[in-house]
Every structure is written in C-alpha cells, then in structure tokens.
Design a protein around this ligand. Structure first.
Ligand code: 6GU
Length: 269
C-alpha cells in the first residue's frame, strides 16, 4: 500500500516514523511519502491561501498549488484511480468499517487543508483522477487535517498484513464486531484490595468467552447505546439475549431495539 500526504506542515506527520507504522515503513510493508504543499507554488511568497469570495472570516486554500501537487503523483500507467482523502469536519465520519475498506486500496492520497478549507473546485476537478472522499474524525473542529491524517494512517496501516505482530489482536479489539472491548486485567490478581474477576482465573475458556461477551454488551450499552441498536442479532446466544433484555433491549427478528426509555413510564404525583 502506498500513502501520499500533502501538507503545509510536513513536520506534523513526523510521528509516522515511530512505533508500528514507522517499523512497517522500514520493513517495506507500506510506502509513505509526505510532501510540502508550498513546493508546488510558483510565486515569490509561496502563498497557498487567499480571501474567500462572498466574504466572511478566515482564508481559503488556493486551487492551483493543490492541482500542481496532486498532478505530481498521478500515475498514468496505474490501473485504478487512487483514493483522495480530504480530511474535513464536513466529511463522512471515519470508523473501523471505513478503515477496513480503505485498507483494501492500493494508493491513498491525503490532502490536508488548513484555514477555512480548500477551494471547492479542486475537489470537483480531482474526481477526474481520484476517488474523492471528504472524511471527518468526528463532530468537533481541528485546526487542520494533519492530526486527522495521523489517526487515519495509523488506523488503516495497522490493518495491513504484517504490520501488527499478532493478527489475533485485531479480532477481539473494540469495534471489530461492532461492540466495545471487554475490560482487561493483569497480575497481581489482588491489587489495593481489588480482585480480578474469579472467572478469569478459572482456566475455563468457554466460561471466560461467555463472561467477556457479557461485559462487552454491558459496557457498550452504558457508553455507546447506539451501537447496541445497530447490532446484527442473527447469531446471539440465549445468554446474550438475556443480558440484552436485562439492559432494557428486546431482540426482534435480526434486530435489537430498546424496550422502553428509562423513566418513560408515566408516574403519578
Ligand atoms: Cl478530518 N479535519 C478537521 N480540520 N477538523 C476535524 C476533522 C478533520 N475531523 C474532525 N474535526
């Protein structure tokens, strides 16, 4: 897999030389090139922004440096269009399913905007050469796309074959099955008068799996109830259905729905 990142602050991407992603680059499991956008300007001041048409606060990124930058990496011999990811709080929300989808691509290009964003015509023009995907990390605003690219490259890169040493760690982690991961414990078995749950010391692997699944459901219901309602209930065990019932959900056909909102029972006063 090849990644290209364009930014006016290439040093922001330096952490991608560290840890698992850094090692994967050295091992040749992924290629990652960071480009300085200003290299693609032609004026004396190397300017990349200008005032917005229609008025308003802030500055907008000029189209021509972006076109020059993106054209510099177009491979006319490539069989498929690269995907151009435009980090933006106005994009579709990034999640684990999208990370898996993007990990299947051969070539991902990231265009880090700053200021109020990139002239919209760049995205329209780029459709000719790229599959364009404006993507957001979530419903809050960052100063630019660089931090979002750090997050996305790490989330996607770790899914590539060989990047994570033990691929089994990708199976049970949060969001792998649409739920949050169960709590984890290590030695000592008693710490500051707190015991590790007995079942985890029992050596009974079936019981442990059942316990962890239940914890996963309870934690997801408490922290991210909307994920419970998005669950596919096709293969739930009797025990899992019982836990869901206890948590206030009913399983109908292949779906999970809230039985009644807590406190929705009419009360007399
Ligand atoms: Cl991808 N970019 C910016 N600038 N802000 C964000 C974001 C992205 N995701 C959430 N906030």
């Amino acid at each position: 897999m090849r990644f290209d990142v364009f930014s006016i602050f290439p040093q922001y991407l330096a952490p991608l030389e560290l840890s698992l992603i850094g090692k994967a680059r050295k091992d040749g499991l992924l290629e990652l090139n960071v480009h300085e956008l200003r290299e693609f300007t032609t004026d004396k001041h190397r300017s990349v922004d200008d005032t917005p048409y229609g008025g308003g606060a802030g500055m907008v990124m000029k189209p021509e440096p972006w076109a020059q930058a993106l054209e510099s990496i177009i491979d006319t011999a490539a069989e498929t269009k690269p995907t151009l990811i435009v980090p933006s709080p106005a994009g579709e929300v990034f999640n684990q399913a999208l990370a898996y989808e993007l990990a299947e691509q051969e070539h991902l290009v990231f265009a880090c905007g700053r200021y109020e964003g990139i002239d919209e015509r760049v995205l329209e023009w780029a459709e000719e050469h790229f599959t364009v995907r404006p993507i957001s990390l979530g419903d809050y605003v960052l100063n630019g796309g660089e931090v979002a690219v750090l997050a996305m490259v790490e989330a996607i890169g770790r899914l590539l074959p060989g990047v994570v040493g033990n691929p089994e760690s990708l199976v049970e982690e949060s969001h792998a099955d649409g739920l949050l991961e169960y709590p984890v414990y290590t030695k000592p078995s008693t710490w500051r008068e707190r015991d590790v749950p007995d079942v985890l010391l029992s050596g009974n692997h079936a019981k442990i799996a059942k316990y962890r699944k239940e914890q996963s459901l309870r934690r997801t219901s408490a922290r991210r109830p909307e994920l419970i309602e998005q669950m596919d209930a096709t293969n739930l065990s009797k025990a899992e259905r019982n836990t869901l019932w206890e948590l206030g959900y009913a399983v109908v056909d292949h779906k999970v729905a809230r039985r009644a909102a807590p406190g929705s029972t009419p009360t007399q006063d």
